[in-house]
Design a protein around this ligand. Structure first.
Ligand SMILES: [Zn+2]
Ligand SMILES: [Zn+2]
Length: 320
């Protein structure tokens, strides 16, 4: 059976998104059909619409969702109809060399649903981040479903699928923040706020939240920031250095994705520190310097190389 439901799609680069009827097939082997209960609006959806991710229009937007499993493919045992789940971007294979080492976040054979969801004329849709949850129902690989406490509110639980995961993971996993570390978080939207909370969970002693908006800085304090810096009125690099004995922070987490904040992150870290770049740049922004040795792993990038000698610009945004 094919399910005719409403979905929000981006048909072409920059065009306004529209709500339209989409066709969602019944789940085949390894797949699950999920009735979406809530889906956050994430900046990455805007990147898709702007053609900043790839050109595979039309996109079915939405990727930060929670819902109820409606039906599953014949061989699926990990979830069952009625389960309350959050949706992950990709299912991992469990069998490649990364998965076998217990590092599924590096999985070399991630997958999404095999069958396409389509427009009424049969045009296949590209689901944002393999999810496409701005829709009443979506088809995903069963491994993309993670069961959560059904007592949780769908609107809150859905955030775990993107913003919270990206920010907490940047602090706890990629940044490996430890007890007593100093941490600076640049950009305190959903992801940055979660990074502040992650740094707090990890036992960081000094957590410096950086943003241009005093309201977001106030929220960051509520989540565990010990200090705040407003980049509109303060020199971010200098302020972070002053708050860390002149050395810079042990871990700097960038959650904006702009060249100037990349530079701030790089120069605000301790020479023996770590920069975690989480922000997703929208092309055609250029990042000519300094991250020339970036490792890539999904949205997680980590930089652990010493600052080039003799390059300590007085303020970020300068120096090339
Ligand atoms: Zn997102
Ligand atoms: Zn794998």
């Amino acid at each position: 059976m094919t399910h005719r439901v409403r979905g929000v799609i981006a048909r072409s680069k920059g065009a306004p998104v529209e709500t339209t009827t989409i066709l969602v097939p019944d789940p085949g082997p390894g797949e699950a059909l999920v009735k979406v209960q809530a889906c956050g609006v994430c900046h990455t959806d805007l990147h898709y619409r702007e053609g900043g991710i790839n050109d595979e229009f039309p996109f079915l937007l939405g990727h930060e969702a929670a819902g109820i499993v409606e039906s599953v493919g014949p061989d699926v045992t990990s979830v069952a109809p009625g389960d309350f789940v959050i949706l992950n971007w990709r299912a991992v294979c469990g069998d490649c060399r990364a998965c076998r080492r217990g590092r599924p976040w590096y999985c070399f054979a991630t997958h999404n649903a095999a069958q396409p969801m389509t427009l009424e004329d049969g045009t296949p849709l590209s689901p944002a981040l393999g999810i496409g949850a701005f829709a009443e129902k979506t088809l995903v690989a069963a491994g993309q479903c993670t069961k959560v406490d059904p007592a949780a509110s769908p609107a809150a639980a859905g955030l775990l699928g993107c913003g919270v995961m990206a920010g907490l993971g940047a602090a706890l996993n990629t940044g490996n923040v430890g007890r007593g570390d100093s941490v600076a978080v640049i950009g305190c939207g959903g992801v940055g706020s979660a990074a502040v909370a992650g740094a707090r969970l990890a036992g960081a002693s000094r957590i410096i939240a950086v943003d241009l908006d005093d309201r977001k800085l106030e929220w960051a304090r509520g989540l565990g920031a010990t200090h705040t810096v407003n980049g509109r009125t303060e020199d971010v690099v200098k302020a972070v250095q002053e708050l860390t004995g002149g050395n810079g922070a042990d871990v700097v987490i960038e959650a904006v994705g702009r060249p100037e904040t990349y530079r701030q992150a790089f120069y605000a870290r301790d020479l023996a520190g770590t920069v975690v770049l989480v922000g997703v740049p929208t092309p055609p922004r250029h990042h000519p310097q300094p991250p020339r040795h970036l490792g890539r792993g999904g949205r997680r990038r980590r930089l652990e190389h010493p600052r080039p000698q003799g390059r300590r610009p007085g303020h970020a945004g300068r120096g090339g």
